[in-house]
Design a protein around this ligand. Structure first.
Ligand code: DQA
Length: 147
């Protein structure tokens, strides 16, 4: 099973960025955590972070050609703006889980819409970086159902 974990803008600033909201763990800590979770589950994982919307679109498109089985995506601020990322997810129709570190549903009004979320079969939010584990487990379950 091959999955891709995508992280959008400013997630590389974890640990520095608004620690009251996103915690004190760094992006490197998040990468190590995801690697460990996937190693334990015997999942082949690629982790990718970018601050650019088009780079996320291209990574999603390439996932189709590289036969990636599933996606976990934290589109970060693009969650609330990006029809392009929604369209890319729909184009490839690879099972995807949306993840947010913070409790987006308890935050500002402008965070209440998720465009990419419309193409995801599940959303995990407000569980810190531990939420990535839940997202990966949900994805694994879904992919195993489809076998
Ligand atoms: C986020 C929530 C978004 O609203 C925000 O723009 C982010 C991070 C989260 O993980 O909680 O950058 O996706």
């Amino acid at each position: 099973m091959k999955i891709l974990v995508l992280n959008g803008p400013n997630l590389n600033m974890l640990g520095i960025r608004e620690p009251d909201i996103y915690g004190r763990l760094t992006y490197r800590d998040l990468e190590v955590f995801i690697q460990q979770v996937c190693e334990n589950l015997h999942i082949d994982v690629e982790i990718f972070q970018t601050n650019f919307e088009g780079a996320l679109v291209e990574k999603i498109q390439n996932a189709y050609f590289e036969k990636v089985d599933g996606l976990v995506i934290n589109p970060a601020a693009y969650t609330h703006t990006s029809v392009a990322i929604l369209d890319a997810l729909k184009a490839v129709s690879i099972p995807a889980v949306e993840i947010h570190i913070s409790k987006v549903d308890e935050r500002e009004d402008f965070r209440q819409i998720s465009y990419p979320g419309k193409a995801c079969f599940a959303t995990v939010a407000g569980k810190g970086i531990e939420g990535y584990k839940e997202a990966i487990l949900l994805l694994k379950e879904k992919l195993e159902e489809e076998l």
